[in-house]
Design a protein around this ligand. Structure first.
Ligand SMILES: Cc1cc2nc3c(=O)[nH]c(=O)nc-3n(C[C@H](O)[C@H](O)[C@H](O)COP(=O)(O)OP(=O)(O)OC[C@H]3O[C@@H](n4cnc5c(N)ncnc54)[C@H](O)[C@@H]3O)c2cc1C
Length: 384
């Protein structure tokens, strides 16, 4: 193994691989990725692949629009079919307050020319008669939204990064980061020390523990979300959008011949990856409430994954004043998959060119938490 590198990336998930790919394209130097398990085994392989432009803040919308460019021409650039299915995202509101939030969102999204529709309960009923709508006050729908394959996107980045010379080591955990006079010197695995002036924290739900190695407190917490999939079930001949019952914090979409149903999100942080019976029961209850015919469906399988939640549900990106050379790409709060192309671009620019030019990421710096400069995202991971 090389004893030196120009850039070390800790974490072989979608974020680490996207950053590595865009750095390599820029010929930014010798790049090494360390992954403690297998590539993608963290949140990336457990995510449901949702891609949407319906966000409530300019920042998230800009990250979505930039990333969409990559998803839409993924096969040309990476030679991998991303399995991008533009089935649309339908958000449902059940209270006046939610309708208020949705109306503000639509006004903001339309400023970005996003073709989002605001729908009455009657319009929702006639387009998607399988939904219970007697308690729904309205909704929003964008046909450009949808989902893609996390494994497909990851393998596109992996192949691209490898072709461009990135070295990837699986089964190697970084256990220590050394600094001298506030500057990054090296990272250590159990047996090796690799010297590098730049280290990227792409540790997903483990971001805080990697920060601790460098003496930095990163306010990103792991929250478990359970997911269940039904046995083959024919709901309707019409296309089924990814439908979010915003009030109940529940969503579903088609998954093969069955339906993917979101389970509960834990209120407390943990690294627990088990699924449990109570969660399955709650999921079934939400499903049968909103889609009564699902009474006849049967849950066939499930899994759990960890969201990496920041206090204001936006990424924590950029340099760290107390540790020169440490770069953060953390805290995507349930949106890291869909924003990974834009994150790769801006972080590679920050490292190779000294500043991000594709998007202004200055308000995503870690210091915002100490200064109280939080950006809130009402359409959060807690609901989706
Ligand atoms: C159930 C669920 C559904 C989701 N749905 C969506 C969705 O629809 N759309 C969307 O955009 N996002 C979604 N997400 C969020 C998305 O999965 C994450 O934002 C994204 O995968 C984060 O990628 P990452 O590379 O930062 O993290 P990860 O994929 O977790 O990768 C981090 C990697 O770092 C490794 N690592 C950690 N510490 C060390 C160390 N010390 N040394 C070496 N390696 C280390 C880990 O093993 C891991 O593989 C969902 C998440 C979950 C859990």
């Amino acid at each position: 193994m090389d004893k030196t590198a120009d850039i070390v990336i800790i974490g072989g998930g979608i974020i680490g691989l996207s950053i590595a790919y865009y750095l390599a394209v820029k010929k930014a130097g010798r790049i090494i990725i360390f992954e403690k398990g297998q590539l993608g085994e963290g949140s990336t392989s457990r995510c449901v692949g949702g891609i949407r432009t319906q966000f409530s803040t300019e920042m998230n919308i800009r990250f979505s629009l930039e990333s969409l460019k990559t998803f839409e021409q993924f096969e040309e650039e990476f030679g991998v079919n991303p399995e991008f299915k533009k089935i649309g995202y339908l958000f449902l509101a059940a209270t006046d307050q939610e309708i208020g939030v949705f109306k503000e969102n639509v006004a903001l999204q339309r400023k970005f020319n996003i073709p989002v529709e605001f729908l009455s309960p009657g319009e929702i009923r006639s387009r998607w008669p399988h939904l219970r709508t007697d308690d729904i006050l309205g909704g929003t729908f964008c046909s450009r939204d949808g989902y893609a394959g996390p494994n497909e996107i990851l393998s596109g980045f992996v192949n691209g990064a490898k072709r461009a010379g990135v070295k990837i080591y699986e089964g190697m955990e970084i256990v220590r980061i050394s600094l001298t006079k506030g500057k990054i010197q090296s990272v250590k695995t159990k047996d090796e020390e690799i010297f590098a002036p730049v280290v990227v924290n792409a540790g997903g739900p483990y971001a805080a523990s990697i920060g601790e190695m460098a003496g930095i407190k990163i306010p990103v917490k792991p929250l478990r979300r359970q997911i269940f999939v039904t046995a083959p079930f024919h709901l309707t001949d019409r296309p089924v959008p990814l439908t979010i019952d915003f009030h109940r914090g529940w969503y579903f979409r088609q998954e093969g011949n069955g339906l993917l149903l979101s389970g509960p999100l834990d209120p407390k942080p943990s690294f627990n990856l088990n699924i449990d019976y109570e969660a399955m029961a709650e999921t079934s209850e939400n499903a049968m409430y909103r889609v009564p015919t699902l009474e006849k469906a049967r849950i066939a399988r499930g899994w759990a994954g960890l969201y990496e939640i920041s206090p204001d549900h936006h990424g924590v990106l950029g340099k760290v004043p107390e540790a020169e050379g440490l770069i953060l790409a953390n805290g995507f709060s349930g949106h890291g998959f869909q924003h990974s192309p834009a994150v790769g671009k801006v972080i590679s620019e920050l490292i190779a060119d000294g500043a991000a030019s594709t998007l202004d990421i200055s308000s995503l710096h870690i210091e915002r938490f100490g200064k109280g400069e939080l950006l809130e995202e009402p359409l959060t991971a807690f609901k989706e």
